[in-house]
Ligand binder design. Sequence first.
Ligand SMILES: Cc1ncc(COP(=O)(O)O)c(C=O)c1O
Length: 405
Amino acid sequence: MPETRADASQWIALEDHWSAHNYHPLDVVIARGEGIWVWDVEGKKYLDFLAAYSALNQGYGHPRIVEALTRQAKELALTSRAFRNDRFGPFCRKLSQLLGYDKTLMMNTGAEAVETAVKACRRWGYRSKGVPAGEAEIIVFDGNFHGRTTTIISFSTDEGARGDFGPYTPGFRVAPYGDVEATRAMVNDRTVAILVEPIQGEGGVVIPPADFLPGLRALCDERKVLLICDEIQSGLGRAGSLLAHTLSGIRADGVTIGKALSGGLYPVSAFLADDAVMDVFDPGSHGSTYGGNPLACAVAEAAMDVLVEEGLVEHSARLGVHLEERLRAIEVDFIEEIRVAGLWAGIQFSPSVGGARKISEALQAKGLLCKETHVHTLRLAPPLVIKQEELDMALDILEGVLLSL
Ligand SMILES: Cc1ncc(COP(=O)(O)O)c(C=O)c1O
């Protein structure tokens, strides 16, 4: 361990030497977090506007979730699903009722929830739709981000995420995001599902045209295809709704959630669907040693209670209006597009800026942490516990930095 807490460079040197270089983090070494604030090893305080890609919707170290975690850790942390545990059934009921599906299948990471959805859709296709064995197809969209497993990167359109990781898993077709007619043209008798992010988070908070999700819903109904919404980043309040796709007035046949499901304290994810889909799983067909463990259930239960009882979803919708008004009032000519949904924004800069990384670094110097996504987009995603005056403080910093460029 480094001996002093005075100089971030020693931590950075350790990380660069001993860790694989699979990220390009800002050079801030965080040592403590509380609510919307973090402190680095040098004692400098920052507002966090990334919220761990929306895992920290409830803020850092929410006391109720920490309490649930510590209490449960002392009682019982892991049984594996070889035995039953007293937290599992009650939590599955709570989550299923909250999101309005018959059943929950708990996993750990977001990518695992997506893998679960893929398996469910394929099996459903063979058993309920009569697709010939081994021929199921799932339609996905360009610009998607669903995780990092070899199957999931097989249908990524980001060369950085997939290049030289082949051979790739077959059975996926990529349609243009936002285009129902082009999607329709790809559906055939082997299509079992359409997998879509209601808003593309990693893609840069890309909001599709209003008729896109309703169009996909109608298409799925016509062609006996499952509509699966990946709500891992967009869900649980981020976009101003418990599930972002319901803002379009539709209901998906299945959803994946993760990240804020545990309020940033523990990896917990889930796939939810009705019995007609979920019943394809029988003993031995799927699972995970840690999936549905009592610690995960206790943490996620507290995280869901916080989300609901503190009104964070409604707060996100309300404050998001203010966020959008303030962003649109920033008068600079190098912003190409501003996209806002709840407390979630993507600011697309023109290439003349030289990349959004430069802006992230300038904001960091002023005490505001956000991160570029792709090259020219800055994503804003504060913890949903933020107050309006704190949001204004951050937006003053952002406006100041942009006006000084
Ligand atoms: C929409 C979406 N799906 C899946 C994932 C993967 O989640 P995890 O990193 O927990 O595997 C992410 C992560 O950013 C995501 O945004």
